[in-house]
Ligand binder design. Structure first.
Ligand SMILES: Cc1cc2nc3c(=O)[nH]c(=O)nc-3n(C[C@H](O)[C@H](O)[C@H](O)COP(=O)(O)OP(=O)(O)OC[C@H]3O[C@@H](n4cnc5c(N)ncnc54)[C@H](O)[C@@H]3O)c2cc1C
Length: 438
């Protein structure tokens, strides 16, 4: 959708094919028992400049999200226990906001606070270039980062942004994230919480805006094959049945913006195109993300079941972060929905979805012992949520051996890990390549 919007911005009108009925891919709305949920709880960062720009361009109102200064709070797993760690950035200009935030972080001693500042200063001095072969764990060891600082700051940041465990996460990509989110302007470190479902946050308004420009968005249409044609490429779609006959349509250029593991699903008689599909991401490995939604009966003011913060980290256990979705968005006015997030692989992958929900409920009750029985739960386990962002991973370039066939998506080479911003920046870059070629 980002590529289509960027093309339309430069006057090129395109057709978007989306296999699913709902737009948004991995960041899309799902509905369950009448409640608007998402394929996974997402947060955006103030550093997502291109996504925020496109959202504004297609008319997403500021009321669609809540933008707040960085606040990372972890609580011990007992009701009323003191905060284990809290980092918040005051409204000072950069870089004072981050220095002041780190120096006043709760739960760290002075040596730990200064170690964090030392690491950011060392990164700045090296212009955020680190040994590309290093994992985040090795990098933190080299910079003698204390255990508590790793537990409460560096590990959660790595897992949230790279969705890859410290021992195998790329230190260079981690440094890129710190450069743009923590060490840049004050606004870049803001956290942005969607107040609408993820399809409404960008792809639905983008489709509406694109229609106004004359572009076509065909949802529920899966492309099955791509072939070279005299005037560009043929794409083949449609089930091939009487109800949905197979259609062959020619386009001058194609931007292939699927998830990396979906690249292999296209057929082609052309060996050059076939090689693009099979070689680009053969070496990729993937990490899961599990989101556990727990719905409770309506709240009332006398028996509030709100968490102390609407995004709260756990010091240990299965769930890493809990989100109070109603406090964040009030999307499902008549019920309270909490989302627990478990990023990257772990023990929970051996459990059934119901067992995962039971553990999440027990962990939420550590803080909120008076929670009533949930009305329902819904666990979304995305096995291949993101590619594993490991050191020296070769990510394919946008341009392929077949001129006019351009790759986009979060996995294509760029500074960012698999995030919404990576997908959007790569989409815009692909659009620029096509526009230049036209
Ligand atoms: C649970 C979860 C939580 C996440 N949390 C965050 C977060 O908090 N912040 C963040 O920035 N990022 C987060 N991410 C990552 C983010 O969602 C992805 O990086 C981003 O959505 C990737 O977008 P994409 O366009 O590259 O790929 P996708 O979103 O995977 O889009 C690819 C699209 O191609 C379509 N498609 C595939 N094959 C065909 C075909 N043959 N024909 C037609 N269409 C086809 C698919 O249906 C899909 O819609 C999270 C991801 C998950 C799964």
């Amino acid at each position: 959708m980002a590529a289509a919007v960027k093309l339309a911005e430069s006057g090129q009108i395109c057709t978007v094919f989306e296999a699913a009925k709902t737009l948004g891919g991995r960041a899309r709305r799902i509905t369950y028992k009448g409640a608007a949920l998402d394929n996974g709880q997402h947060i955006l960062s103030g550093a997502y400049t291109e996504l925020l720009r496109l959202m504004a361009l297609v008319g997403v109102p500021d009321t669609a999200f809540d933008r707040v200064p960085l606040n990372l709070t972890f609580a011990w797993p007992t009701a009323g226990a003191p905060t284990a760690f809290a980092l918040s950035t005051p409204t000072l200009p950069a870089p004072l906001h981050m220095a002041a935030g780190l120096l006043s972080a709760k739960g760290l001693n002075w040596a730990e606070r200064l170690a964090a500042i030392r690491l950011l200063r060392a990164l700045k001095k090296s212009r955020f270039k680190v040994d590309a072969r290093m994992s985040v764990a090795e990098f933190l060891r080299t910079h003698q980062q204390p255990t508590k600082l790793i537990q409460f700051l560096w590990q959660p940041l790595t897992i949230s942004a790279l969705n890859t465990p410290l021992a195998t996460a790329s230190a260079q990509v981690f440094a890129n994230v710190l450069r743009d989110a923590l060490a840049a302007g004050r606004a870049a470190s803001d956290l942005i919480f969607p107040k609408v479902d993820l399809s409404q946050l960008f792809p639905d308004p983008a489709a509406h805006w694109l229609a106004g420009k004359g572009a076509t968005v065909k949802s529920g249409v899966r492309v099955t094959a791509i072939e070279k044609a005299d005037a560009g490429f043929d794409i083949i779609y449609g089930a091939g049945s009487d109800a949905q006959p197979e259609v062959r349509e020619t386009f001058s250029h194609i931007i292939l913006a699927v998830a990396p593991h979906q690249l292999g699903s296209f057929a082609s008689l052309d060996s050059e195109i076939q090689a693009i599909f099979s070689n680009a991401v053969d070496h990729f490995q993937y990490e899961p993300i599990t989101t556990i939604y727990l719905a409770f009966p309506p709240q009332n003011t006398s028996s509030t079941i709100l968490m102390p913060r609407s995004m709260l980290g756990r010091t240990n256990g299965m769930v890493q972060w809990f989100f109070d979705r109603e406090a964040l968005s009030n999307q499902n006015g008549n019920i309270g929905v909490y989302a627990g997030v478990v990023s990257a692989s772990g023990m929970h992958e051996r459990w059934s979805l119901d067992e995962i929900a039971t553990v999440a409920l027990r962990e939420l009750r550590d803080w909120l012992p008076n929670l009533p029985a949930p009305l329902w739960h819904k666990v979304v386990h995305e096995k291949r949520a993101t590619f594993a962002c490991t050191p020296n991973l070769t990510r394919p370039a946008s341009e392929t051996a077949a001129r006019g066939l351009v790759l986009a998506g979060d996995y294509v080479a760029c500074d960012y890990p698999a995030t919404l911003e990576a997908a959007v920046r790569n989409g815009c870059h692909a659009a620029d390549i096509v526009h230049a070629d036209m």
